[in-house]
Design a protein around this ligand. Sequence first.
Ligand code: 5GP
Ligand code: ZN
Length: 119
Amino acid sequence: MTAPERPDDCLFCRIVAGDVPAEIVLAGETTVAFRDLNPQAPTHVLVIPRSHYENAADLASHDSSGLADMFTTAAQVAEREGLTGGYRTVFNTGAGAGQTVFHAHLHVLGGRPLGWPPG
Ligand code: 5GP
Ligand code: ZN
């Protein structure tokens, strides 16, 4: 999958716009959190910026407070989901690291023991 040139082509921009359904967990001013379609843990939520950035580095270099909002939202998701034993936050950057959707997203995983190192 190549990076979309326009948000119209971007799956996660379409979720932000409400054009593609998703199970929303939190909708904030700058971020949206929704359940992953193919969960890898009992809780698997994706936190995304409302604005389109290709990956975390792109987001960080253009909007550092937006990047901070991603982690604040992740903590709110963890609290809401009762992840008192801990949780993992993951940005996959680039196809070689498993990135398949080229709109920055922070995976929030928890609800089971999470091995280290990750696969
Ligand atoms: P990546 O592999 O890019 O780090 O993560 C993309 C994530 O998006 C995957 O975990 C995948 O399951 C999830 N995903 C792909 N398409 C959809 C969709 O249409 N809706 C939702 N909720 N998640 C999706
Ligand atoms: Zn997008």
